[in-house]
Design a protein around this ligand. Structure first.
Ligand SMILES: *[C@@H]1O[C@H](CO)[C@@H](O)[C@H](O)[C@H]1NC(C)=O
Ligand SMILES: *[C@@H]1O[C@H](CO)[C@@H](O)[C@H](O)[C@H]1NC(C)=O
Length: 410
């Protein structure tokens, strides 16, 4: 768990980070022996992979936590948003022409019908499911849902615990892209019984509606669940690790775990996808919130959040909105290092490096931004009987991915 940052600690951290990245940028010019220095500097994830690749077979001195400068994730997130559209010179995304006035006017319109339900999803499991996996998807992303169903999102037993799955959908904003969408979704629902469809337009700024409606659905139709994982369809989730982690927690107590972002500032740059004017949010810092790529919550927390979110005004960034609900119930979200909801960032100085090492993913819980084929491949590599990552299999030991000594096996 992270220690909260104090003012001067932040300064020190920035220095450490700056020094780290400086050393890192020099790394290509260093002889392999030089890596030692680098690994002494509390390496970032990429640096760890990097040094691992540079010196295969060498035990990695993985040091415990460096509290990272907590403002960075939000900035990085905005950068990611900008990078995606930098190929064109036009302002980023149609979403950035977001009409705040209209949003504010329509803010009270927050109850939409459930068009497709799975009322027995949880009720049919005696004693309730151990884990409900709830995945945000859009109708058009049929292939993503298929791959999630076949890999980490499988229903059934994991370490003896029952896993159930639902996809969370709104109506497509551009219906000409997939004229057959209604037939598709009804067919999918018949075939897999894992579709929840609400009658609001599935847009980025309506993800908050998805959050609210899902929590209400879970409180009504899945109150017997023990834990919930909620995340995106473009993540890789190591469900075994998650189950292992959750087995050491009590579903009747509060629990909210993920890649928590502290002290993020609202972005006041109008061009940004995450731009929020002061009229909408006047404070200078957001409450702590979890990156939307994936997080875990207990049954108790789900019920509390479902009630609390009803009393929080709609806010167009869904993960920040949930942070506001958490604040309302006075629950501190817990940061876990196994959640990489900003992906494993490839060093721009060395784009040829491979970060696709199953032994690395073996120790994580959630990794964001994977392609469909990568999800399939990673799942298969991880479940291959030939995979050997020298370290002992963790069975009942507390989940501590940082403590291990890894050797590359390629
Ligand atoms: C919907 O998608 C089609 C095909 O991609 C495109 O030609 C059309 O302009 C889009 N319509 C809107 C309103 O975005
Ligand atoms: C959210 O969905 C509603 C209902 O479909 C729609 O009227 C509204 O324009 C959407 N809002 C945004 C910001 O996309």
């Amino acid at each position: 768990m992270k220690v909260r940052l104090k003012g001067d600690a932040i300064c020190t951290l920035f220095l450490v980070v700056a020094l780290g990245s400086l050393l890192y940028s020099q790394l290509e010019h260093l002889a392999p022996a030089g890596n030692k220095e680098l690994t002494h500097r509390k390496p970032s994830v990429t640096q760890r992979i990097f040094s691992d690749l540079k010196a295969p077979g060498r035990p990695m001195p993985v040091e415990a936590t460096v509290p990272r400068p907590q403002i960075i994730p939000m900035v990085r997130r905005a950068e990611v948003a900008n990078n995606r559209v930098q190929t064109t010179t036009s302002p980023p995304l149609t979403d950035s022409t977001f009409n705040f006035k209209r949003y504010l006017l329509n803010k009270d319109n927050r109850n939409f019908n459930l068009l497709i339900n799975q009322p027995k999803k949880c009720r049919k499991i005696p004693g309730g499911p151990f884990l409900l996996i709830a995945i945000k998807s859009v109708v058009e992303d049929f292939d993503r849902r298929e791959i999630v169903r076949k890999t980490w999102g499988r229903e059934g037993l994991v370490n003896g615990q029952q896993i159930q799955r639902v996809f969370l959908l709104g109506t497509p904003k551009n219906r000409t892209v997939l004229a057959t969408w209604e037939t598709l979704i009804h067919q999918e629902s018949q075939a897999y019984r894992d579709i929840l469809l609400w009658d609001f337009m599935d847009t980025f700024f309506n993800l908050t509606l998805k959050e609210i409606h899902f929590l209400n659905w879970a409180a009504e139709f899945c109150s017997n669940v023990k834990f919930i994982f909620k995340g995106d369809a473009d993540v890789f989730v190591n469900v075994e690790n998650i189950v292992d982690f959750l087995e050491r927690h009590d579903p009747t107590e509060d629990l909210f775990v993920g890649d928590i972002i502290y002290n993020a500032r609202p972005i006041r740059v109008q061009k940004s996808k995450y731009y929020i004017p002061e009229t909408m949010y006047g404070l200078s810092i957001y409450p702590a919130y979890a990156g939307g790529g994936g997080f875990l919550l207990s049954s108790r927390t789900m019920r509390k959040l479902s009630r609390a979110c009803k009393e929080v005004e709609l806010f167009p960034i869904d993960d920040v909105f949930l942070g506001m609900c958490l604040q309302r119930i006075n629950l501190k979200p817990i940061l876990h290092e196994g959640f990489k909801t900003f992906g494993i960032v490839k060093p721009s100085a060395a784009p040829h490096l491979q970060t696709f090492d199953p032994c690395f993913y073996k120790d994580l819980m959630v990794v964001h931004s994977l392609k469909v084929a990568e999800i399939w491949l990673m799942w298969n590599l991880l479940h291959s009987p030939r995979l050997s990552c020298t370290q002992k299999k963790q069975v009942k030991k507390p989940f501590q991915w940082k403590k291990k000594v890894q050797t590359a096996t390629r």
